[in-house]
Design a protein around this ligand. Structure first.
Ligand code: MTE
Ligand code: MO
Length: 205
């Protein structure tokens, strides 16, 4: 937790209030599976930076110390992978997407976000969903730094969409004036990805 921030808001994802917590076609797991394309990147915090580019009045860039020092929130949420596992009752901590985006002045033309990660991984989502109140840049999970496998030093967490939108090893965001397919989306995953209506693949759209 950043120094001087003794108390931070706890946000409970609205999906946790559902009577049925497991979306259709999903199975609960107590473990936390690891899933990604390619290798776990070697990240050097001294060289790490985070950028906000695209449909903004001025680009914004910061180093790890500044990013980590932004005010944090704690978010309780369930996560749902399109490969059919769901993991309930996670706690992620870090700066909210709203806090991070407030560092730049977004142009009114921005409608979507393309998230950029180490090794060129990308994922796309509507700006409105990126700014959901339960969305954050997760630095800790259940009070501990993320494991390298799960996105250390920081991953996006968008609890109400399938978990492939929760990009690991994130390095920046690009504000877009149109919806542009990211990595898994180019490979057939859905442009939106709502687990409750099973938006798994674009050919089922
Ligand atoms: N950078 C990056 N992030 C990624 C992926 C990836 O391939 N690269 N895969 C996504 C997919 S498909 C899933 S299901 C989740 C899995 O996160 P986990 O390994 O922490 O469970 O990460 C997502 N984030
Ligand atoms: Mo996934």
């Amino acid at each position: 937790m950043p120094e001087g921030q003794e108390k931070r808001p706890v946000i409970v994802s609205s999906d946790m209030a559902r009577e049925v917590r497991i979306p259709p076609g999903q199975v609960e797991t107590k473990k936390w599976p690891v899933l990604h394309y390619g290798d776990v990147p070697q990240v050097n915090l001294a060289e790490w930076d985070f950028r906000i580019v695209g449909e903004v009045e001025a680009q914004w860039k910061c180093n790890w110390e500044t990013f980590r020092g932004l005010p944090w929130v704690d978010v309780k949420c369930d996560i749902h992978c399109v490969t059919r596992w769901s993991r309930l009752n996670n706690m992620f901590s870090g700066p909210s997407t709203r806090t991070v985006l407030a560092q730049a002045k977004v142009k009114p033309t921005a409608t979507h976000v393309l998230v950029h990660c180490e090794q060129g991984f990308t994922t796309n989502l509507p700006l409105e969903e990126f700014l959901g109140e339960d969305c954050l840049f997760g630095i800790e999970h259940d009070g501990k730094a993320l494991e390298p496998d799960h996105g250390w030093p920081v991953r996006l967490v968008v609890p109400r969409l399938y978990f492939w939108k929760s990009a690991k090893w994130v390095r920046g965001i690009e504000l877009m004036s149109a919806d542009v397919a990211g990595f898994w989306e180019q490979n057939g995953y859905h442009m939106h990805g709502d687990p409750w209506t099973e938006e798994r693949h674009s050919w089922e759209a």
